[in-house]
Design a protein around this ligand. Structure first.
Ligand SMILES: [Zn+2]
Length: 664
């Protein structure tokens, strides 16, 4: 299992969900689990009766905060030995056996220091207890799939919910009890409790619920409506929703995690509009991609990119073709900001550990699915998805399974497509070579050379040709390093634009990519410099640089001049800014809006092409107010703040692009 944890509350939520269901040759074990939780202090008792076949020993891991009180094998007391950081129980033979575990412990109290790992670790507090399967709160065979029934008991002021079908629940004698069942093989249970108010809606046998803290209860209907709409959308597009329930659960942690049949979302994020829009769609879709079909991580993680394509991107496409194009351009800009040393082949992506891997595993992969749709056509693409779903539901699948499904649907070999986009790092570069426009008997003849210096990419390159008569759209196939194309037109050509809508994943040229914050923050070669003397200001500036940089921030005292050779992050006070820019041979960019602001972040290139990110604030309080919001604007060229609120932001305008020719 590998889940992404948003380190701060505002981060875009996402989950790289699920374990790979490890391949164990025998039938998956059956667990009968009973959990008793004492709210308030995190005390927990777990009994787990495991019925299994076909092995002579049972090797398992267990959370460090749990102790084994008792163990019997087929009703006879048994001992465990510690081995390789886990445990081992010898069984009498490889027949069927029943292991009875009694476990007790205290779920570790939640603390602020859990940071990025918060989604992987069990934690408890007054506002909820979180028991992810990943933390092995029942004996865990390396993430192997199991079937189980789970019974939970907790104080009646609380509710408990798990990653399986809710069978029954009741309140009795001051206790709330609920049972859950997973009858098909899947990941071990994750369990969530809290002082929740539960709202429910039943739709065609599907149970939708919100488990919200009291202050969120009025948002329940909005969430139930939105979740239902997304489920119906993906059911139509892919195939039946794979579970009996879907829940949205309010999390005390600043996370956004997708689990089978539920999503666990930070309680401070739930009120934000983006959460019930794009982020909820994304989490709902993970029930198909990542949970319904698990990721075979050995061959790379296809699920994040496919989910990004069918959720985040598809919602933009619903708005307009222009919105979809903007998202593709944003992906290309972010990719262009990635230093070559941090690029990696798509197949090497496993999960999002930092922004650089998101640029590949989410965005580049989503772009590849856009190109695949264009390559084989929308009907074949949709048919391929349904095939993939039907073939691999409740099992693990890898990239080659996706390829096979699309090949079957398209009726042709796509090996070249998947090889070039998944196995190679990098992207094609395209430029226009020699070109000429001549008069001929039939009208005009236009000759253009398309050059791709990096050999071996094959793709369709859309062309928009504008003549005195209007527009003509064409598509040429590019596969060689030099492609010559020729058009005869009766009307006079005015301009020609290759890839006018950014349909090809390619390395944008400098002239096509105005600098954005990520040009500096993703680059391990970048240096941070604090350009103001006050010690308190410098301390906050150091924290800001650490939060901004995707790699460890490196600080230096530089002489500011025009010959700086590495990307620079300059953090300074507004009153020093003018003089420091002059030393760098820069001016405040003319494109900055005239809005009132008390802090600003903007990018520029020095005369030698080196990108620079300037952060200025009127005083230390204004700088401190940037700590949380500024890291979320990596895709922008500038952001203007007033007391931590973004007043304006944008990307510097670009010229028509490098693939545009105009004829006089
Ligand atoms: Zn995701």
């Amino acid at each position: 299992m590998n889940r992404t944890v948003a380190g701060v509350i505002l981060a875009l939520l996402c989950s790289a969900s699920t374990s790979l269901f490890a391949q164990i040759p025998t039938a998956p074990p059956w667990h009968d689990i009973e959990v008793t939780l004492t709210s308030g202090n995190g005390e927990i008792r777990v009994s787990d009766r495991i019925t299994l076949d076909g092995r002579e020993r049972f090797r398992f891991g267990l959370a460090h905060w749990l102790e084994i009180e008792a163990l019997s094998v087929d009703g006879v007391g048994a001992s465990v030995t510690r081995q390789d950081g886990g445990y081992l129980v010898e069984l009498p033979d490889s027949g069927r056996h029943q292991l009875d575990f009694k476990l007790r412990g205290t779920v570790p109290p939640r603390d602020a220091g859990q940071g990025r790992d918060a989604g992987m670790l069990a934690s408890s507090g007054d506002d909820g207890v979180y028991l992810p399967a990943y933390d092995a709160w029942i004996p865990d065979e390396g993430g192997a799939s199991i079937r189980y029934r789970l019974k939970v008991g907790i104080a009646a002021t609380r509710r408990a919910v798990a990653t399986a079908k809710l069978i029954d629940e009741k309140v009795d004698g001051g206790r709330y009890q609920a049972s859950f069942e997973q009858s098909h093989a899947g990941e071990a249970p994750s369990l969530f409790t809290g002082p929740y108010q539960v709202r429910e809606r039943l739709v065609d046998g599907l149970r939708l619920r919100t488990y919200f803290h009291a202050e969120l209860a009025e948002l329940s209907d909005i969430y139930l409506d939105a979740a239902n709409a997304y489920i119906q959308r993906y059911r139509r597009q892919i195939g039946d929703y794979p579970y009996a329930d879907f829940h949205v659960i309010s999390a005390p942690l600043p996370v956004g995690l997708g689990f089978p049949n539920l999503t666990y979302v930070g309680r401070r994020v739930i009120p934000l509009p983006f959460m019930r829009g794009r982020s909820l769609a994304h989490e709902v879709l993970h029930n198909w991609w990542g949970n319904g079909v698990a990721v075979d991580y050995a061959s790379g993680n296809w699920a994040e990119g496919l989910t990004t394509f069918m959720a985040d991107y598809a919602l933009e496409r619903d708005k307009s073709a222009a919105a979809a194009r903007s998202m593709r351009i944003k992906w290309l800009r972010d990719y262009a900001a990635l230093p070559p040393g941090r690029d990696l082949p798509v197949r090497a992506f496993r999960s999002r550990r930092h922004q650089a891997s998101q640029v590949i595993g989410y965005d580049k992969v989503a772009f590849i699915f856009h190109m695949l749709t264009r390559e084989i056509g929308r009907p074949a693409f949709d048919a391929g998805l349904r095939r993939f779903w039907n073939w691999h539901k409740y099992r693990g699948a890898g990239w080659r399974d996706l390829q096979a499904a699309f090949e079957a649907a398209a009726g042709r070999d796509l090996g070249w497509f998947f090889r070039q986009w998944l196995d190679r790092p990098g992207a094609p570069r395209i430029s226009i070579g020699a070109h000429s426009l001549t008069r001929v008997d039939e009208g005009f003849r236009l000759d253009v050379e398309i050059i791709q210096p990096i050999a071996g990419y094959r793709f369709g390159l859309p062309v928009l040709l504008t003549t005195d008569d209007g527009f003509e759209r064409h598509e040429i196939r590019v596969s060689e390093t030099l492609t010559r194309v020729e058009w005869i037109t009766s009307a006079r050509p005015r301009s020609i634009h290759f890839d006018p809508d950014n349909d090809v994943f390619r390395l944008l040229r400098k002239s096509e990519t105005p600098p954005i914050l990520r040009d500096i923050t993703l680059d391990p070669a970048a240096t941070a410099m604090i350009g103001a003397g006050n010690e308190e200001f410098a301390g906050v500036a150091r924290a800001l640089a650490a939060g901004l940089m995707d790699v460890e921030a490196r600080f230096a005292e530089l002489a500011l001049d025009r010959t700086i050779e590495r990307p620079l992050l300059l953090i300074t006070t507004t009153d020093r800014l003018h003089q420091q820019l002059a030393q760098l041979g820069l001016q405040q960019p003319a494109g900055l809006p005239a809005a009132e602001y008390s802090a600003a972040a903007w990018t520029a290139r020095l005369a030698n092409g080196v990108p620079i990110l300037v952060v200025s604030a009127d005083n230390v309080a204004e700088l401190r107010a940037l700590l949380r919001p500024l890291p979320h604007y990596g895709g922008q060229s500038y952001v203007l703040f007033e007391t931590g609120r973004a007043r304006d932001r944008g990307i510097w305008p670009v010229k028509r692009g490098a693939l545009f020719l105009e004829f006089d």
